[in-house]
Design a protein around this ligand. Sequence first.
Ligand code: ADP
Ligand code: MG
Length: 661
Amino acid sequence: MQKLGITTQQDLLLHLPLRYMDETHVTAIRDLRSGDQVQIEGEIVHAEVQYKPRKMLIARLEDASGQLNLRFLHFYPSQIAALKVGKRIRAFGEARQAFVGWEMVHPQCRVAQPDTPVAENLTPIYPAAAGLTQATLRKWIAWALQQNSLQETLPAWVYQALHLPEFADSLHALHHPSPEANLQALQERTTPAWRRLAFDELLAQQLSMRRHYARRRSLGAPALLPSTKLVPALLQSLPFTLTAAQQKVVQEITQDLALAYPMQRLLQGDVGSGKTIVATVAALQAMENGWQVAIMAPTEILAEQHYQKMQSWLAPLAIEIAWLVGSQGKKARTTALEAIANGRAKLAVGTHALFQEQVQFANLGLSIVDEQHRFGVQQRLSLRQKGAQPHQLMMSATPIPRTLSMSYYADLDVSVIDELPPGRSPVATRLVSDARRDEVLERVHEACSQGRQAYWVCPLIEESETLQLQTAQDTYALLSESFPDLHTGLIHGRMKAAEKQAVMEAFSAGAIQLLVATTVIEVGVDVPNASLMVIEHAERFGLSQLHQLRGRVGRGAAQSACILLYQQPLSETARARLKIIRESADGFEIAKADLHLRGPGEFLGLRQSGVPMLKIADLERDVDLLEQAQANAEKLLQQHPEAVALHLQRWMNQAEEWVKV
Ligand code: ADP
Ligand code: MG
């Protein structure tokens, strides 16, 4: 039970069925419809173990109306014995009209007498674990249902307004559904009882997130007055003016920083929307008020780029920047640590090395995390929880669909840059079969010969980093050989930081025309003259990742293109996904589709993290309940603290974990 997350009586009650079996009646074979989950009963009239095309057990069952084959690809000797000719069997499974007639694959079978009663209720099937049978789970859950622990946590007006039943009734309806219950609605979790539980779960999530939010708001942080010198000076020195969307988010951040409690803001904006300058404006506001700022990036390449860019923007304002990454030499590191500790460096730029224990800030007022979705869950967690004193600005180029930001990110304020700077030409995206690789090579050669630059992105090989590296090296060798007249470069994650830096600098300066890369260039890299990107094995990438990669081109005035090379044959889903990328340039649309295809766990990168997701509610199906949960959470927190306490106690196991996302 512990394996299933069940440690209390409440957990047992909330261990809800995965699906249901309808064993309340026996269907005649004549009345079967293909695809139905049904129970049939009859006598075994033939049984044999076949060996071709593969080993399987087939038993033919006959009732008064017809025959059906029970087919087992995996079976035990005990099953062969149980399904002997002449035995009377009751089988439950999906009936299918196969080539040879009706069949059921791997049905559940038991010996029946002519008068064996049928079930009174629909039979729940629970998530189980090795050594824990359905029967045991059912017994324990039935016990828990009788223990009087079904106390209503919410005031009646909350669920009545939503036409939802009481908690106790809902639980009974889910664990022991009546034979009249709508089986399909039960399976799809759209009955009032399921909706009540989904609402409760979403409400618990909202309550714990809002409480977490309120707790942080009760902490003090420096109130930072709007900048009157540094920000105007920076904006004046820029060759462009901020877009309306950038101005709007700058305003939101400026106001938030002026409050005397820690900002917790997520800045979202599509790739290329110009988040860096917004972050710099926020940083200057803190510095003008006499506080230090830390800017953290997920990779050294990106940190390096920020450093360069900030140097060029801030040097005229006489601001010293410290640079801190894991790979730097001892001397450089000591100097940086000193400058950070004595407050000489007003700004520190680096990787997560910035948040290690040895790093002591003189007075950190604002920490900025770029591409926050690229940090692991643990890192994100430690960041959000670290002291909680400084203001925090988190930036993400993977747009977070509304349902996700309303749920898993409900403890953050969100600003969105919903417009790209003017003068960008959209990236023309083409799907090209790997069979036409030669044409693609020609196109790359042509673009580079005309003074433009190109990326060649090597496939993602999830099983093996070594293999991925190998592929990148092979591709590099091949391309340099094919194009002796071009300067070709290679960059990958296993290179030393200084090497990567040198390659990126050469590419930025135009000394490298064609850059072969692994996904290390996925985030933030900004080389406006690069206008062509080829992505190999595009079908292996996630949608948002492809969108991120593609965002590396289309940053300059030249018409840009992205070629997605794919390997035949392409599955239906793979084709559908690539089509989304080809047809949409809108990161939000793509993220929504990505979320739909992969589910929230994968989307948020939580799959391996052990952080539990919502178990009952489905953000797509239950979006109306999510909105209601949000609205009701506010009211309950203000007017019914006792209900909040009760409710969170019931959902505590999950509630503790959600805030970690
Ligand atoms: P991202 O949001 O992906 O981090 P960046 O901050 O790297 O985007 O900005 C992409 C490019 O656009 C940079 O070269 C930046 O200097 C430029 N940029 C940012 N804001 C504007 C603007 N308002 N007008 C023109 N160019 C801009
Ligand atoms: Mg960026």
